[in-house]
Design a protein around this ligand. Structure first.
Ligand code: PEP
Length: 251
């Protein structure tokens, strides 16, 4: 019912030439994949390069962040319209690295989500707890705040258009994956919140990705869980072989 979505977050890696080579390899190896949505999120400076490589493929382009204002005196920022202009259909919002190093809050996430939707971009809204928060039994409180405040003021029809990524911070780039059961528990909780916020039909239609050290050897069991609809992938998206086997988790 929900098309799986596998997105590669290349973070601050790959110049244009490297991005071109990586994207070309992914395009070549995923041509036969029709039942999974694939998104590549390179650095801003490589967006156009990757857009050119993926033009005649099923792969979609995403950015790693954006600002909520459309234009003006905001040195260093990039707007939703500029991302659309370069070919983006997706944008990651509120990644834990943005929250940790660049002081993103649920309020800034909310502004960005609204601006992305207004521009017709699909926001991939990242939520997730830190290890101390998990150990203190606060997973639902933290994730609940991220979801409710990040999506505050959105209509059901707007919620229909988003993707949520559950990324426990302790699993990102650490090699420690949440067990499929740990992930499913939180995904189920997020699903419950989405059902409350947007009603049954929409709540059941929103895709929830898992992110945090997803690799070829753990993707299948994660994807087998009923509320895990895809993966947001950092490290394993930087090599064609590992990313392609994630995209082909089903075969
Ligand atoms: C991420 O950056 O969103 C991520 C999940 O990274 P990694 O796959 O490297 O843990």
């Amino acid at each position: 019912m929900r098309t799986p979505i596998i997105a590669g977050n290349w973070k601050l890696n790959k110049n244009r030439a490297e991005a071109q080579v990586l994207a070309q390899a992914i395009v070549a190896e995923t041509q036969s994949v029709k039942d999974v949505e694939v998104v590549l999120c390179p650095v801003y400076t490589a967006l156009e390069t990757v857009a050119t490589v993926i033009r005649n493929s099923n792969i979609k382009l995403g950015a790693q962040d954006m600002f909520w204002e459309a234009s003006g005196a905001f040195t260093g920022e990039v707007s939703s319209d500029l991302l659309k202009d370069v070919g983006c259909q997706y944008v990651i919002i509120g990644h834990s690295e943005r929250r940790q190093y660049f002081f993103e809050t649920n309020e800034t996430v909310n502004k960005k989500v609204k601006a992305a939707l207004t521009a017709g971009l699909t926001p991939i809204v990242c939520v997730g707890e830190t290890l101390p928060e998990r150990e203190a039994g606060q997973v639902e409180a933290v994730v609940g705040n991220h979801v409710k405040n990040g999506l505050a003021g959105l209509s059901s029809e707007e919620i229909r258009k988003i993707v949520v990524a559950y990324e426990p911070v302790w699993a990102i780039g650490t090699g420690k994956t949440a067990t499929p059961e740990q992930a499913q528990d939180v995904h189920q909780y997020i699903r419950k919140l989405l059902l409350e916020l947007a009603g049954e039909e929409v709540g059941n239609s929103v895709r929830i990705q898992y992110g945090g050290s997803v690799k070829p050897d753990n993707v299948k069991e994660l994807m087998a869980k009923p509320d895990i609809d895809g993966a947001l992938v950092g490290g394993a998206s930087l090599k064609p072989d590992s990313f392609v086997s994630l995209v082909k988790f089903n075969s």
